[in-house]
Design a protein around this ligand. Structure first.
Ligand code: HEC
Length: 193
């Protein structure tokens, strides 16, 4: 009786090892033969999309959990953030009354409209994502080129987006050149109020 149990355990263990070896070989074959279609003209299968989305969300949420956002947000921060947003984010993420650039619709994943998506994120999560970016998505890291003050200004602006009208959106941004804030307002020749 005991011997039969032992035999069964060995058979199950052996089967599991064999299965792992087969899976590893299938994985390697997929990498080397080019069988996996990476074209951005095709959507991910729903399983791959789920795995990537869930990894994306949970990775950001766990890393941002201990970050303290600034206690207050000033109108100057929002204006400076608007200026940066229009220079660095709008072509991918659109804005109230403004479409994303044509080429950005060809990205997979397609960058979401932040007017809709921003409400689902806490300030510190947006901060973490904008600072570090996300590999294999097309979402760039702005931390290497922007200081914390500039990053929190962008966050302050993005948090305003869900409730923002196209009129307010159009009016904001250029005005920040008056505040002397972080992002050089003259970079795009945006010096007028
Ligand atoms: C080149 C295009 C591109 C630029 C520029 C870009 N992003 Fe993104 N961003 C993406 C893509 C693609 C995703 C989606 C990642 C995913 O869903 O896996 C994303 C995701 C996000 C998200 C999470 C939205 C969600 O719910 O999935 C936020 C917030 C965000 N970006 C903010 C910004 C901000 C703020 C800027 C400017 C400072 C910016 N991004 C610039 C491509 C871009």
């Amino acid at each position: 009786m005991d011997d039969r149990k032992k035999g069964l355990a060995i058979a199950v263990g052996g089967g599991a090892v064999l299965l792992l070896v087969v899976l590893a070989l299938v994985g390697l074959a997929t990498v080397y033969t080019g069988a996996y279609n990476i074209a951005a003209t095709e959507e991910h299968t729903s399983l791959v999309r789920w795995a990537l989305d869930t990894t994306f969300r949970n990775s950001i949420k766990s890393r941002a959990a201990d970050i303290q956002p600034p206690r207050t947000v000033s109108p100057e921060m929002i204006a400076a953030g608007a200026n940066s947003y229009k220079q660095m984010c709008e072509h991918c993420h659109a804005g109230p009354g403004v479409k994303r650039a044509e080429w950005a619709s060809g990205m997979r994943p397609k960058p979401p409209h932040l007017k809709d998506a921003a409400a689902g994120w806490k300030a510190q999560e947006i901060y973490w994502l904008v600072k570090h970016g996300a590999r294999m998505t097309g979402m760039p890291a702005f931390g290497p080129t922007h200081d914390n003050q500039a990053l929190w200004s962008i966050v302050a602006f993005v948090k305003e987006l869900p409730a923002m009208t196209p009129e307010t959106y159009a009016a904001l941004g250029d005005a920040s050149s008056q505040s002397g804030h972080s992002t050089p307002a003259t970079q795009n020749g945006r010096t007028k109020r």
